[in-house]
Design a protein around this ligand. Structure first.
Ligand code: ZN
Length: 256
């Protein structure tokens, strides 16, 4: 039995409260995501939504999270800066895994960690088209743990097209390339290492289509949550706002 992974699922829980998204995700997008992490496969799930105090992402919740799974869209701009900063600290400083889904590429923690800035409503963003094109997720790194049990490609009947250039930093690892019915392509599944943290950007998951129910997608999410989780013996260094010890390793008393 693999070790238990503590997964926190953050969902802004806005569009899934009403139609047309409500019929697709009657239990919320977070409900479908939670179903991907069953307890009998050694996952312990906590749900956080944007309407909760501190968006459900208190210091205590984050301290007890191995991997944070994130879905957000319309409410990215009104997400609290202090909570976003806390998420960044846990990823970069403590090694908490961060799984960034679809329009979460417009979220504050992702953009701040990546050092990028674009707004869903402004030009300068990457190409998108929400018509619901067929997408083929080609596996380009079949030896990667996130790809375990996945075939040569995963076909998604309908998704919002995300095109290149994605305006992301050069990924440390590219696992999936997206091919689109309308002729576009994109880097759809990429790993980034930042500080102690591992981050997986996975672009499928437009709210109007039942993508998070697909078994292969759920398998990728599980693989990713395990891969992104910090090892149990990771050196957390100094965390929670203190300074690092600056005692010299060698005798520096001759330096004035
Ligand atoms: Zn979308």
């Amino acid at each position: 039995m693999p070790r238990s992974i503590r997964v926190t699922i953050f969902c802004e829980h806005n569009q899934d409260r009403r139609e047309p998204v409500k019929s697709v995700y009657p239990d919320g997008i977070h409900g479908a995501l939670a179903a991907a992490f069953p307890e009998d496969e050694s996952f312990a799930v906590t749900i956080a939504t944007q309407d909760m105090p501190e968006h459900g992402l208190t210091e205590e919740v984050l301290s007890n999270t191995d991997t944070l799974v994130w879905w957000s869209h319309l409410d990215n701009p009104i997400f609290d800066d202090a909570v976003a900063k806390r998420v960044c600290r846990h990823v970069v400083g403590r090694g908490m895994g961060f799984l960034v889904l679809h329009s979460s590429t417009f979220s504050k923690p992702w953009q701040w960690i990546m050092g990028i800035a674009y707004d869903a409503g402004l030009w300068g963003r990457f190409r998108t088209m929400p018509k619901g094109e067929k997408e083929r997720l080609w596996l380009v790194n079949p030896g990667h743990p996130i790809a375990d049990g996945i075939g040569p490609y995963v076909e998604i009947p309908r998704d919002e097209m995300y095109g290149e250039p994605m305006l992301i930093p050069e990924p440390d690892q590219t696992i999936f390339l997206g091919w689109w019915e309308g002729g576009e392509a994109n880097r759809a599944g990429c790993v980034f290492f930042r500080g102690r943290g591992k981050i997986f950007m996975f672009t499928p998951g437009h709210e109007a289509f039942p993508i998070f129910y697909q078994p292969e997608i759920q398998k990728i999410l599980r693989n990713a949550a395990r891969y992104l989780a910090p090892s149990e013996t990771i050196n957390p260094g100094v965390f929670s706002g203190q300074y690092l010890d600056n005692t010299p390793l060698e005798d520096l008393s001759h330096r004035k």
